[in-house]
Design a protein around this ligand. Sequence first.
Ligand SMILES: [Zn+2]
Length: 108
Amino acid sequence: MQMLPVANETADPTYAAIRAAVSASYSGALGSTRLPPLEVLAYLATAIGSLYREVAGAHEGPEGCPCGWEPCALMDVITMQQALAASALPNDDPRQTALLTMEPAGHA
Ligand SMILES: [Zn+2]
């Protein structure tokens, strides 16, 4: 299974830029909607999933992007879930370790 590196804001300018953009979206939605924080975060997660579907679709078929990435929705979603868990749960939380070592059922 592909493991994404754990982003480090101070060492990774790409992560820092994306986090700043997402943070601005969160703050804007929270302020304009007065939705509960978790509901706004769930919207952000939904947007990421939708973006994944769009990008994966652009890599499918003979007219797809030629970069070589071959989307695998189940494994890709697990990779994204693990990245979320790695950054959202405290490092010493045993649930983080459980999530990071989890393999999808039916895949060796
Ligand atoms: Zn591509």
